[in-house]
Design a protein around this ligand. Structure first.
Ligand SMILES: C[S@@+](CC[C@H](N)C(=O)[O-])C[C@H]1O[C@@H](n2cnc3c(N)ncnc32)[C@H](O)[C@@H]1O
Length: 174
């Protein structure tokens, strides 16, 4: 089972999860961040979406207790196409899901549909090739520009010089 890396722990700290919050993680992979989020919930829930059946299975194994308790829900499918029913989320987050900046049109349209009024979008990234905090700042500026072009209001990005590599969180609201 994949261990929580420093980037997962940092990201979930940045999320500042409220106990009754409704969250959506896009591209949840093995479900490592989902577990860390679920541990902070009391009445809230987190839904993990991933297009890979293998990843959804792994996330299910890792989060079996949380799924049984109704804190974690898992959905397999491409975020931009998957039906999420009537669910609306207070927080939508993703770690290292390049579709958000490579195919922003469908991804950000889907984010708008999924967010409740007043909801927030947090896009995290960390690339092994990033040696310096300045590499992160350039990435953050590019993603901020994409979000602005698609009508999102952005806050100042949050960066962290993690032991594994620098990381960033770009925050936005529709
Ligand atoms: C680089 S991995 C990161 C996994 C996890 N977020 C982490 O940081 O450990 C990207 C994940 O996003 C998923 N993914 C990429 N594009 C997606 C999309 N459009 N909809 C749903 N899942 C997607 C992939 O299947 C993969 O599991």
């Amino acid at each position: 089972m994949e261990e929580a890396a420093d980037r997962h722990v940092w990201a979930v700290d940045v999320l500042g999860v409220g106990p009754s919050e409704r969250l959506l993680e896009v591209g949840c992979g093995h479900g490592v961040a989902l577990s860390l989020v679920a541990e902070r919930l009391d009445g809230g829930s987190v839904t993990g979406v991933d297009r890979s059946a293998k990843m959804i299975e792994a996330a299910g194994r890792r989060n079996a207790e949380h799924v049984a308790a109704g804190r974690v829900e898992l959905v397999r499918g491409s975020f931009e196409r998957v039906p999420l029913g009537l669910h609306r989320f207070d927080t939508l987050y993703a770690f290292h899901v390049a579709a958000f900046w490579r195919q922003p049109e469908p991804m950000l349209a889907a984010a708008r549909r999924a967010l409740a009024p007043g909801g927030r979008l947090l896009l995290f990234n960390q690339l092994p090739g990033w040696g310096q905090i300045s590499d992160v700042s350039q990435f953050a500026a590019e993603v901020t520009a994409i979000l602005t072009r698609h009508g999102f209001e952005t806050d100042e990005p949050i960066t962290a010089d993690l032991p594994s590599a620098p990381a960033v969180c770009v925050r936005a609201r529709p």
